[in-house]
Design a protein around this ligand. Structure first.
Ligand code: ZN
Length: 339
């Protein structure tokens, strides 16, 4: 069973509309019940994400493109979409399709029983007020992981615009409010995620003494885009006992992937090698971006996870390493981090 660092299934279901329980039971999108059963997908971080507009994302023909930062999003619409997505997660749980988990022991128990474990993650904290009261409310609803920003400017700090040929040093780091948000998350025993955050924001979080986590970001050396991690970032992730999750998004896997929108499972292996070399084999996992990004050739949905695992073995990864990458490292990290 695989445990993964990032997916957008809840925002996919929200954008889709209709009955989320029926839609999750149908073989649609990258994560759904039949695909998860077929592929041994045992769960992961389920993102709560507020898109600019409530409409389905079209992956066909998607390619990398230099884009300006998205326009800021007000708190009210962000909170509306986040609450709706929590509602979807709760309906899926009531229907027996997944189990909302708040600690690592619970995740292991759900996966061992063949279920789907969901750890709620907030991807961009626009829905939280400067007094951080909404953070406590979301924590009470099961939120255990938070990335202060998506690729947008916020009161907490800026995300990176999508671009190639330059690293994540694209703008300012955390604001004073952003530091308070991160400190409160740490106090609550939550994961703080740096994916989408600027390089300066990444080092601001390092300075605060937190383990550095990039739930869905790859090695910049192989795919020079703003969303990926430089060698010094990967090293810091390992040194602080953090985690980097391999993002399957074609546009972040290789330089060619950015221009063509196509990538292969071999590109995933090359990325894993680079990430392991940079952060160490105890600090790399998966961060698929299922339902949020176009996938490599040979991977249609989470049903095709066995193809990646088989490729890892053929590439020379032994059983212990495959287990670490596909679930063990995330679970060890969550055992240490979540309270
Ligand atoms: Zn993302």
């Amino acid at each position: 069973m695989i445990f993964d660092g990032h997916n957008d299934a809840l925002s996919r279901l929200w954008c889709q509309g209709g009955d989320p329980v029926a839609n999750f039971a149908a073989d649609e999108g990258h994560i759904n019940q039949p695909a998860a059963r077929a592929g041994g997908f045992g769960g992961g971080f389920f993102a709560l994400y507020s898109p600019q507009q409530r409409k389905r994302f079209e992956f066909a023909g998607f390619k990398g493109a230099t884009m300006p930062l998205a326009t800021p999003l007000d708190q009210a619409p962000a909170l509306q979409s986040v609450m709706a997505q929590i509602g979807i997660a709760q309906r899926l749980e009531a229907a027996g399709a997944l189990t909302l988990c708040t600690d690592a022991g619970q995740i292991e128990a759900v996966m061992d029983a063949g279920g789907m474990a969901a750890l709620l993650h907030l991807e961009g904290a626009e829905c939280i007020d400067p007094e951080l009261l909404v953070l406590d409310a979301l924590h009470a609803l099961g939120l255990r992981s938070l990335g202060p920003v998506w690729s947008r400017p916020t009161i907490w700090g800026d995300g990176v615009p999508f671009d190639a040929g330059r690293d994540g040093d694209t703008g300012p780091g955390l604001t004073a409010d952003g530091r308070r948000l991160v400190a409160r998350c740490a106090e609550l025993g939550m994961v703080v995620d740096t994916s989408h955050l600027t390089m300066k924001g990444f080092w601001d979080i390092a300075e605060m003494g937190l383990p550095l986590v990039a739930t869905h970001s790859n090695a910049y050396a192989l795919a020079p885009v703003t969303r990926n991690l430089t060698a010094s970032q990967l090293r810091a992730i390992g040194q602080t006992g953090g985690m980097a999750g391999l993002n399957f998004a074609t546009v972040f896997l290789s330089a060619e992937g950015w221009t063509t929108g196509r990538a292969t499972i071999d590109d995933c292996l090359r990325q894993l090698d680079a990430m392991i070399e940079g952060a160490g084999e105890d600090h790399v996992g998966l961060g698929s971006d299922f339902d949020g990004a176009p996938l490599p050739d040979g991977m249609r949905s989470c049903a095709d996870m066995p193809a990646l695992v088989a490729a890892m073995r053929k590439h020379g990864f032994g059983d212990a390493l495959v287990d670490k990458i596909t679930r063990g490292n995330w679970l060890t990290f969550l055992h240490r981090t979540l309270r």
